[in-house]
Design a protein around this ligand. Structure first.
Ligand code: ZN
Length: 296
């Protein structure tokens, strides 16, 4: 692939959310013009189904399907995620239905399971058992389907507790399943030591646009080897500089790549190429029969 034809890749986007209902096609057109691919990540049954439908229709989109830890319990309602209509729907927690998600995972453009993990920030302590049950079930499905995990890990304030607990949960699986257990830690905000512990278990580390405006990420990004880093937006949230204040979208992943290149003292082209190769390696993009059934 020539340098110009290598795409940027946003490995964690939510174009499947209601925040894009009025102008989704325009967002997709801007991605195509800028040479940006994205993986839309599901957070519950409905958004997982939409992610698969979008990947089925657009050659620059892929899907990851699963149940977010905050949706295992009665959760606050985010209109950016499922719009006004979902208010009643989110008043109950979803129990992870392996059969439902197994059927979605059979689609060739599904490249992972998640987002799953532990969230100690926005949840009540009594949801912990539900979060853990859903996490174990999704690890089992990922191993069964030979797909990587997309991890969401959010500790309580001024703590790394959820990272420690996820590492403890993953270790026994690693001992039994070896390289078959693998994935990415999305929105990483831990220490270099925690990053190294995940890399040791076969995981990659991804950074959002937060690195363009929050302090404390420079040493972390420098410490993680470039061949284990991936770029993401987590759109519609956390818009990077210089677009702060407006809704985020996958094309802004370019700002994340630029910042990584600056701190790694590498050319933007080299970083773009390496991050794309990393995503291809973990998610087997280009490695399966991934032709969308319809092209729009
Ligand atoms: Zn997400």
């Amino acid at each position: 692939m020539s340098d110009e034809s290598i795409p940027y890749i946003d490995i964690h986007a939510h174009l499947n959310f209601a925040a894009y209902d009025t102008d989704r096609q325009a967002v997709l057109d801007r991605m195509r013009a800028a040479g940006v691919y994205a993986i839309n990540v599901g957070t519950q049954a409905s958004t997982s189904q939409i992610a698969v439908d979008m990947a089925d229709q657009h050659e620059h989109l892929f899907a990851i399907i699963g149940l977010h830890p905050i949706h295992t319990d009665a959760s606050y309602h985010d209109t950016d995620e499922i719009g006004q209509e979902g208010i009643a729907f989110t008043s109950r927690g979803e129990v992870f239905d392996s059969a439902y998600y197994r059927a979605l995972a059979a689609h060739s453009r599904v490249v992972g399971i998640g987002e799953t993990g532990l969230d100690y920030y926005r949840t009540s302590p009594d949801s912990l058992e539900k979060q853990k049950a859903a996490f174990h079930a999704q690890i089992a499905l990922a191993l069964e389907c030979d797909l990587p995990l997309m991890l969401h890990i959010r500790p309580s304030q001024k703590s790394y507790d959820a990272y420690d607990d996820v590492l403890e949960i993953l270790k026994p699986y690693k001992e039994i399943h070896g390289d078959r257990l693998r994935g990415n830690v999305h929105f990483f905000a831990g220490t270099p030591e925690i990053a190294q512990a995940f890399i040791g278990l076969g995981f990659y580390i991804s950074f959002t646009g937060v690195i363009t405006f929050a302090s404390g990420f420079k040493e972390l990004v420098k410490a993680v080897p470039l061949d284990r880093i991936m770029s993401e937006t987590d759109c519609p949230y956390v818009t990077p500089e210089p677009y702060r204040g407006i809704r985020n979208e996958p094309t802004y992943v370019i700002e994340v790549v630029k910042r990584i290149a600056l701190w790694k003292e590498c050319s933007e082209t080299e970083v773009k190429r390496t991050l794309y190769e990393n995503a291809c390696r973990l998610f087997k993009i280009g490695g399966r029969n991934q032709t969308p059934s319809t092209k729009i």
